[in-house]
Design a protein around this ligand. Structure first.
Ligand SMILES: Cc1cc2nc3c(=O)[nH]c(=O)nc-3n(C[C@H](O)[C@H](O)[C@H](O)COP(=O)(O)OP(=O)(O)OC[C@H]3O[C@@H](n4cnc5c(N)ncnc54)[C@H](O)[C@@H]3O)c2cc1C
Length: 387
């Protein structure tokens, strides 16, 4: 058992309650509209879940990374898409609180943080983070969205795709190149207001199984960001983005555990009720072993995720551990969400069950925040490859 603070315990209880609301109300019938997503994000906000890690001074709970990962796991057990959507808007709020206030920030940034944070924490506005482009996914340093310095700030031109929440988000942390041909060194992170001129949504990803992710794209045509909206200047942005991606790899791994645990619970219950050849399914050894194998891998993935969470909380080196947790947990979820569906027979395909959504979630988890192949490259390069 984790040693949660009372505040963290409360957040986890709230997440458990919200997961049960989600299970009861959305299940297969998630409505892909922005209004529907905003409704559930507001329920999360009312429970403090939009400000998990945000400092208390800004109205958040200042909870640990482990607590955020536990909440991600609980919510993904109900719906991976919603969990990702919530954590993505939360992360932008946390970035603003961390990088746009205090020493070293530019004039006007604390005022902007003052304006944006209450709106993000109440889910009046929703945010997301955009790195990926139609021509650049795994190779983040190859992005071509261009931010050019102009008198009034930064003029941004380019296109982003496959961005969670982009179908309806109000505020987007956009990564752009400020110095063509400079690779990682020239990349900056700039806040973009989706309601301003020069912003146009496009390339939505219509998928019933992943509707709650609100995934889409957008174009920036001569969009002008003010100097205050430059959150991560060139020289800092790439490093900070990779830091937060390490965290993302761990909570995505935690989400995979949440999805497999949900599948396992449902299949185990079903195995006691469904009869074949005169006995319940769980009396067939061949059927039971499938369930036991999922339980073994889930336990191993959970331990790896917890170790990575602890390293994050203690500020220890986490790059390889985060990558290992993500590879193991996503593969585990890809394998066992499908295996648990199979264990249910044809009934597992019914929309009232979450197996197809969880299978899609597992596949998406293997792409987001670094694909499995990119993780393996990272792990191979690590000096602690063999302990
Ligand atoms: C539903 C969904 C939501 C997403 N949300 C976001 C978001 O919110 N923000 C955001 O910025 N991005 C987001 N992404 C994008 C995600 O980060 C990318 O899909 C991921 O980085 C992979 O990029 P790609 O899809 O362009 O694949 P590519 O980079 O084109 O790679 C294609 C395939 O080749 C493999 N590959 C590539 N290079 C190598 C290599 N050197 N060696 C071996 N194999 C290789 C990859 O692993 C992959 O399997 C999302 C993606 C999905 C599917």
């Amino acid at each position: 058992m984790e040693n949660w603070s009372p505040q963290e315990r409360l957040l986890i209880d709230h997440a458990t309650e919200l997961a049960s609301i989600l299970r009861g109300s959305l299940a297969a019938n998630w409505c892909a509209s922005g209004e529907s997503a905003r409704h559930y994000l507001k329920l999360a906000a009312e429970r403090g879940l939009t400000g998990i890690e945000v400092p208390q001074a800004w109205g958040g709970s200042q909870a640990s990374f482990s607590c955020k990962a536990a909440i991600a796991e609980i919510l993904a057990g109900a719906d991976f898409g919603f969990a990702m959507s919530l954590i993505n808007t939360h992360n932008v709020a946390n970035n603003i609180a961390r990088w746009m206030s205090g020493p070293g920030t530019r004039v006007g940034q604390a005022e902007l943080a003052d304006e944006l944070l209450p709106k993000l924490l109440s889910a009046e506005i929703v945010a997301c983070t955009a790195l990926t482009e139609p021509q650049a996914g795994s190779d983040f340093s190859a992005i071509s969205t261009l931010a050019t310095k102009v008198d009034s700030g930064w003029k941004i031109d380019g296109e982003k795709s496959w961005i969670i929440n982009a179908q309806y988000a109000d505020l987007i942390l956009v990564y752009a190149q400020t110095l063509p041909q400079s690779g990682a060194a020239g990349i900056a992170g700039i806040l973009v207001d989706a309601r301003r001129e020069g912003f146009e949504r496009c390339d939505n990803f219509p998928s019933t199984a992943a509707a709650s992710l609100g995934t889409g794209g957008f174009k920036l045509n001569g969009y002008v960001a003010t100097p205050v909206e430059m959150m991560h200047p060139a020289g800092t942005a790439f490093k900070r983005a990779l830091q937060s991606i390490n965290g993302a790899r761990i909570y995505v791994a935690a989400m995979c555990c949440g999805m497999v645990a949900d599948c396992l619970r449902i299949a185990t219950d079903y195995g006691g009720r469904r009869t074949t050849f005169g006995v319940p399914l769980n009396e067939h050894q061949g059927w039971r072993w499938r369930i036991a194998e999922a339980a073994v891998d889930l336990e191993a993935a959970t331990q790896l995720v917890r170790a990575a969470c602890k390293a994050m909380d203690r500020d220890l080196p986490v790059v390889a551990l985060a990558a290992k947790a993500k590879v193991f947990a996503t593969r585990m979820a890809e394998r066992h969400t499908a295996a648990m569906l199979h264990a249910m027979g044809a009934h597992g395909l019914r929309d009232e069950y979450p197996f197809v959504r969880h299978m899609t979630g597992a596949q998406i988890a293997s792409f987001t925040d670094g694909s499995t192949e990119m993780m393996l490259e990272r792990i191979f390069k690590d000096e602690t490859l063999v302990r």
